[in-house]
Design a binder for this molecule. Structure first.
Ligand SMILES: Cc1ncc(COP(=O)(O)O)c(C=O)c1O
Length: 439
């Protein structure tokens, strides 16, 4: 593993030899060329070219700081936490506590006990869906563009417990329809939970969460936000939002794979039934019963992904060092360049609000080319020709696509290490790719 000094030297050598992929323009306060040096995956050439990684909504790349922190665990104290009293185990406990406290601050939670480590957003959402006391006839309200992870759990609960899942349909430009939402919650007295995607992976649009939460609370409903695409890209504050539950995936915020966080207000977490149960969720058992520990232990069953938890703490440090508001601004600026380029390309239609500032770091578009070529063809050519890695398909929001009788789209999703040069290259190659299908 390279040390800080080696990294700097290596960078200089690469830059001198014109081998390193640095942006040509620097209008940003973030030093992107320096940031890029932290991400080893950006240094590896594929077929002789560096990758242009635009699939960040799926998973982000990992900086060496995160990788190093996990290697430290594996090299120095690769043991279990929460149980044994020897030195290595105590070190793990110390690191896990640190990571939990980092997330508490990152999310503006009231105490570390409000932070539950999970595998991902999906697990956090499923935990609440399974453990929240809901009875037959209770309504759970979602938007019309939920990731399957915030749709299927409610369909299952409808089947199992007889709850009712209702949908707030978006405005024609895919923005949130507040009047319709207000009408549903005021007319249906048994709306128990509003569970909505905070920033959509479909189009990058962020719902007016604060207003929604205020209205929901006025009508006695709890609110859970799917923060998979918001927490990695903008500052989110649990107390300021007054949100009841919030789920995120650490692997989408420069952190390790297989790691997520569920935030919940302390009193609500205490009231939730246990979900996955077993070792370390209890203080005592008999043949007839178990005494559950308070959260977070109640929800962190079995030996944990300690390396992942430690790496997650390092990811928080990494993002904090750069600053979430700078990251947000940077992505919007790149999105503006891409939107301008795509707007007039024949056959491409941007999903969601047309104003790039309303779509954060995501730009998704449908493809309808008169002489053929679909979203997957476009994605494949982008990758084959210039290593431009985007996503094609329904992005796990099949319900939205099915409702509109549309099969698939292409999505470019940005993060802190992407450059203006990459954005321009993407537009250039995309234009040529479309040209291939429309000679
Ligand atoms: C908005 C949204 N919600 C939920 C998920 C599920 O995340 P995970 O697969 O990490 O559980 C994703 C993943 O892309 C997402 O974008």
């Amino acid at each position: 593993m390279l040390k800080e000094i080696d990294i700097k030297l290596t960078a200089q050598v690469l830059i001198n030899q014109n081998l390193y992929h640095i942006p040509t323009t620097f209008v940003t306060i973030m030093d992107i060329s320096k940031i890029r040096l932290d991400f080893p995956a950006l240094w590896k050439k594929w077929n002789g070219k560096y990758p242009i990684y635009f699939d960040n909504a799926c998973m982000t790349l990992k900086p060496k700081q995160v990788i190093d922190s996990m290697n430290e665990y594996y090299n120095e104290y690769p043991v279990c936490g929460g149980r044994s009293i020897h030195k290595m185990a105590k070190k793990v406990d110390e690191k896990v506590t640190e990571a939990r406290e980092k997330f508490q601050k990152f999310l503006g939670a009231s105490c570390p006990e409000e932070i539950i480590f999970t595998r991902n957003t999906t697990e956090g959402l499923n935990l609440v869906a399974n453990s929240l006391e809901l009875k037959k006839g209770d309504i759970v309200l979602t938007t019309d563009r939920e990731h399957n992870s915030n749709l299927i759990p409610w369909q299952i609960q409808a089947h199992k417990r007889g709850i009712k899942h209702m949908v707030v349909y978006s405005n024609p430009d895919n923005t949130f329809n507040i009047p319709q939402f207000e009408e549903i919650v005021s007319k249906n007295k048994n709306v128990r939970l509003v569970s909505m995607v905070h920033t959509a992976n479909l189009d990058g649009y962020t719902i007016p969460a604060k207003e929604i939460i205020k209205i929901a609370h006025e009508h006695g409903a709890l609110v859970m936000l799917d923060g998979a695409q918001s927490a990695p890209h903008k500052h989110v504050d649990m107390k300021a939002l007054d949100v009841d539950f919030f789920a995120l995936s650490v692997h989408k915020m420069a952190g390790p794979t297989g790691m997520g966080v569920l935030y919940g207000k302390q009193h609500l977490l205490s009231e939730l039934a246990p979900f996955i149960v077993g070792g370390d969720t209890v203080s005592d058992t008999t043949y007839d019963g178990a005494k559950f520990l308070p959260p977070p232990e109640k929800f962190e069953a079995g030996l944990q992904n300690y390396a992942g938890i430690i790496g997650s703490g390092a990811a928080v440090d990494y993002l904090n060092n750069i600053g979430l508001s700078d990251i947000e601004e940077h992505e919007k600026r790149l999105n503006t360049i891409i939107t301008k380029g795509i707007k007039d390309m024949p056959g491409l239609k941007i999903i969601g609000p047309q104003e790039p500032g309303m779509r954060g770091g995501i730009i998704a578009f449908t493809v309808e080319l008169p002489k053929g070529g679909d979203a997957h063809d476009i994605a494949l050519v982008l990758d084959e020709t210039e290593n431009i890695e985007v996503r094609s398909g329904a992005f796990c929001v099949h319900s939205w696509f099915n409702y509109r009788k549309c099969e698939a789209a292409v999505r470019a999703s940005l993060y802190l290490y992407n450059t203006e040069e990459e954005a321009r290259k993407f537009i250039d190659v995309l234009g040529k790719t479309i040209g291939l299908f429309n000679p």
